[in-house]
Design a protein. Structure first.
Length: 574
C-alpha cells in the first residue's frame, strides 16, 4: 500500500470525483437524484469532471482533504516527460469510492489525466460503472469517457458509446437507459428502454435535451421524438409545455391533450391546456394548487360547448350545442393540534359529461364541508353533504342533502371501570330532499361498557353492554304519499338496551415462516324483541341488510342505525 503525496492526492481525488457518474446518469435520463446524495455532502459539478482544487471552490477544497489510498504493480515518475504513471492492477480508494484500472497516467506539464483499460468504479452509493478509457484536461475542466456502462443501485442501466464535457456542456452519444431491473427476452434485450443519439446537459441552465430519442419495448421502437427537453433535478419546478397525450375514443375520435405548466411561486402553481378531438369541439382544461403553512387547496376543471344525446321518456333526443364542464376541488386546514376542517367539491354540468370525456367514472358525486376534532381516544366531526347522481342507465333515487351530520365518540381508559372500559356516542343527522320526498331529523345517544378477559386455558371472553336512545322527527312521510288521510309529520322514540357476549378459543400452530390459527367462536346477544322497528321510524340507512362472514358475530347486523336487530340470538362458527 502506497500513500501518495498531497499533490497526487489532489489529482486522484479530482479523478475519483470525475468518475461519479451514477447520480448524474440517473439525473440526465430520469431527472432524479436521491435526496440523501444531495444532502450528504457539498455538490460537485456533474460528470465527467470535478472542480479543480485550485479553483477556490470551498466544496472542492474540502473534498480533496479525503485521502486517496493507491495500490499498483508499479508507480513511475518520468522527470523528462513530466508524467506520473500507475500501472498493473491499479486500485484507488477514496472514502467509499473504489476505482480500478489497468493504468492511470497524469501529465504534470499539460495537466491531463488518463485512466484506461478495464476501468471500474464502485461509487459511494453502490453504483458500479465500467469504461474503456477516461481522459481529463484543461485543469480538469474538460474530459472524455469511452465505452461507458453504468449499473445503478436502484436497478437502472446506462450505456453510452462516449461522453464529453466542454465549456459547461456534458454530452453523451449513442446512449440508452432503462431505469429498472426489467425482464429481458432471450436475446437479453430489456423489456423497455430509452435511446438517444445525443444527450446534452447544460449545467448553467440546468437543462437536459435529447436528440433523435426513441422508446423501445423488447427492442422494438414504439415511439420516436426528434427533440425532448426538460430541467434537471436541481430545478424542481419550471414553467413549460408538458409532454402531450395521444389517444383514441369511440365517441370523441382521435384525442390530443396538451398542457402548459406555470410555476407561479414556490407555494403555488397552475396547469392550463386544451383537449382537441376529431369529433367534438375542443375542451379547455385548468388546474390550480396552493400550499399554505397549515392548509392546502387544489382545484381542477374543464369547459366546452358541444352537442349530446339525452334519454327523454325512453327516446333518444339530440340536444343543441350547450355549455358543458366540470369542477373538482378539495382543501384542508389544520387549525391546530386538535382541530381541522376541509371541503371536497365535485360538480358537473350533466350526467354524461365526465364519462364522455374520461374525467371520472363515478356514479354519485359528493360535495362535503367538514370539521373534525381529535383528542386522545375521543373524536368528533360535523359535516354537511350534497350529492349529484350521474348514473345514466340505472333507476335513480332522490339523493337527500345531509344538513347536517354531527358525531361524537368518547372512550375511557382500558381497565379503568370494573376491569373494563366505558364508551359513549352521540349523533345528529338531518336529511333534506329538495323535491317531493321524506325529510328526517334524527338524534341518537348511547353508553356502554366492554371487558375482555383471557382465561388460563386460553379461552377469550368479550362482554359488551350497551343502551341506546333514539329520537326521530319526520316530515313528508313516504306512506302519506300513498294515503292522503295519513299524517305527513310524525315523531318517534326508541330505547334499545342489549347485552352481547362472545367467546373464542384460538388455536395457534407456528411454522418456520407461517402461522396457522383456527379459532372456534360463539356469541350470544340478548335484547328486547318487539317495538324496535315500528313503521313510525323511517329506514334511510339500513335497507341493504345482509348476513355474511364479516357481520355474523355482531350484535346487530344492519349496516346503519335506523334498524336494529331485536330479540335473542346465538351465532357460532370457526
Amino acid at each position: 500500500m502506497v500513500r501518495s503525496k498531497q499533490h497526487y492526492t489532489i489529482l486522484l481525488a479530482a479523478l475519483m470525483a470525475v468518475l461519479s457518474t451514477g447520480p448524474a446518469a440517473a439525473q440526465w435520463l430520469t431527472g432524479y437524484e436521491a435526496a440523501e446524495t444531495r444532502q450528504a455532502e457539498p455538490a460537485y459539478p456533474a460528470w465527467p469532471v470535478a472542480a479543480p482544487a485550485s479553483s477556490g471552490n470551498p466544496a472542492a477544497q474540502d473534498k480533496t482533504k479525503i485521502p486517496v489510498n493507491l495500490t499498483a504493480d508499479s508507480l513511475q515518475h518520468d522527470e523528462q516527460a513530466q508524467t506520473v504513471t500507475a500501472s498493473g492492477h491499479v486500485e484507488m480508494i477514496q472514502g467509499k469510492r473504489i476505482l480500478k484500472a489497468d493504468e492511470v497516467i497524469y501529465n504534470l506539464r499539460t495537466d491531463e489525466g488518463v485512466a484506461r483499460g478495464n476501468v471500474v468504479l464502485t461509487d459511494k452509493n453502490g453504483d458500479v460503472h465500467f469504461a474503456d478509457e477516461i481522459q481529463l484536461g484543461q485543469e480538469m475542466r474538460s474530459g472524455l469517457v469511452r465505452g461507458l456502462q453504468s449499473y445503478l443501485v436502484d436497478g437502472g442501466h446506462l450505456v453510452a458509446r462516449d461522453g464529453t464535457r466542454e465549456n459547461g456542456l456534458l454530452t453523451l452519444h449513442d446512449a440508452s437507459y432503462t431505469p429498472c431491473e426489467c425482464d429481458t427476452d432471450k436475446d437479453g434485450t430489456p423489456a423497455w428502454q430509452l435511446k438517444a443519439k445525443k444527450v446534452v446537459y447544460n449545467e448553467e441552465e440546468h437543462k437536459i435535451t435529447y436528440r433523435n430519442a426513441q422508446f423501445d419495448m423488447f427492442g422494438v421502437p414504439v415511439a420516436w421524438f426528434p427533440y425532448i427537453s426538460h430541467p434537471d433535478n436541481k430545478i424542481k419546478r419550471k414553467s413549460g409545455f408538458l409532454t402531450p397525450d395521444l389517444g383514441y375514443d369511440s365517441q370523441l375520435g382521435g384525442v390530443l391533450t396538451s398542457n402548459y405548466y406555470w410555476n407561479i411561486a414556490p407555494d403555488r402553481d397552475a396547469t392550463t391546456g386544451v383537449m382537441v378531438t376529431t369529433n367534438m369541439a375542443p375542451v379547455a382544461l385548468a388546474e390550480y394548487r396552493q400550499q399554505f403553512d397549515n392548509a392546502d387547496i387544489k382545484t381542477s376543471g374543464s369547459v366546452t360547448r358541444s352537442k349530446r344525446t339525452d334519454d327523454v321518456n325512453g327516446q333518444e333526443v339530440r340536444k343543441d350545442s350547450e355549455w358543458r364542464g366540470h369542477m373538482f376541488a378539495n382543501g384542508r386546514w389544520d387549525i391546530n393540534e386538535k382541530w381541522r376542517a376541509g371541503t371536497n367539491l365535485e360538480l358537473t354540468s350533466d350526467d354524461q359529461y365526465l364519462r364522455q370525456y374520461d374525467f371520472s367514472s363515478k356514479n354519485v358525486l359528493e360535495n362535503e364541508l367538514y370539521t373534525e376534532r381529535f383528542s386522545g381516544r375521543n373524536y368528533a366531526v360535523g359535516r354537511i353533504l350534497s350529492f349529484q347522481d350521474v348514473r345514466i342507465l340505472e333507476d335513480r333515487t332522490d339523493q337527500p342533502d345531509v344538513l347536517p351530520e354531527m358525531e361524537a365518540s368518547f372512550m375511557g381508559e382500558p381497565n379503568a371501570l370494573l376491569g373494563g372500559r366505558w364508551n359513549a356516542d352521540a349523533s345528529i343527522l338531518g336529511l333534506e330532499r329538495s323535491g317531493s320526498g321524506q325529510d328526517m331529523q334524527r338524534m341518537i345517544a348511547s353508553a356502554g361498557w366492554q371487558k375482555r378477559q383471557v382465561m388460563n386455558i386460553g379461552v377469550v371472553n368479550m362482554v359488551d353492554l350497551n343502551t341506546r336512545g333514539d329520537f326521530y322527527n319526520v316530515h313528508d312521510l313516504d306512506p302519506a304519499a300513498l294515503n292522503p288521510d295519513d299524517d305527513t309529520t310524525d315523531t318517534a322514540t326508541r330505547l334499545y338496551p342489549r347485552a352481547h357476549v362472545m367467546s373464542s378459543y384460538p388455536l395457534v400452530r407456528p411454522g418456520e415462516k407461517t402461522q396457522t390459527v383456527i379459532e372456534p367462536v360463539v356469541s350470544l346477544t340478548v335484547s328486547p324483541d318487539s317495538g324496535l322497528n315500528d313503521d313510525e321510524i323511517p329506514n334511510e340507512d339500513s335497507q341493504d341488510a345482509q348476513v355474511n362472514a364479516m357481520n355474523v358475530m355482531n350484535p346487530s347486523r344492519f349496516p346503519g342505525m335506523d334498524r336494529v336487530e331485536g330479540g335473542s340470538h346465538v351465532a357460532y362458527g370457526v
